[in-house]
Design a protein around this ligand. Structure first.
Ligand SMILES: [Zn+2]
Length: 130
């Protein structure tokens, strides 16, 4: 039994709300008050968000996604143009930094939304998350 009212959103809608960094209960309020700082509560519906903080949970998918993307692009550039190594550093270091800054909030929002949808913060934490 859920400890919070059913938001009425489907799982797909909850995923989209998380990716847009919106409150998973009302879909209006923002999840963050700074770049990646989770707000204490939704500014719209006052849902407490502290217990839904996904912490560093967004980092692993970000590494996997961006690592695959950037390594693939670097291979294409290397095989097509064969630029010197220093040029790879000049190109890919800023690309990695910018893409990381862009992708982390949606991934963290997704983690928060899914935690809200599938796990009650009223339940004591258990190993394995079940
Ligand atoms: Zn809300």
């Amino acid at each position: 039994m859920s400890a919070h009212p059913d938001p009425g959103f489907t799982t797909g809608q909850t995923i989209l709300l998380g990716l847009r960094c919106r409150c998973p209960r009302c879909g209006v309020g923002g999840l963050f008050y700074k770049y990646l700082k989770v707000a204490d509560a939704c500014p719209s519906c006052h849902l407490g968000l502290q217990g839904h903080d996904s912490g560093d949970g967004a980092v692993v998918p970000a590494i996997l996604l961006l690592g695959s993307l950037v390594v693939g692009l670097a291979l294409v550039v290397e095989l097509t143009f064969a630029p010197p190594l220093w040029l790879h550093m000049v190109i890919w270091a800023p690309v990695i930094i910018v893409l990381t800054c862009l992708i982390l909030p949606p991934l963290k929002g997704l983690g928060i939304a899914l935690q809200y949808k599938f796990r009650s913060t009223e339940e004591p934490p258990t190993p394995g998350g079940s």
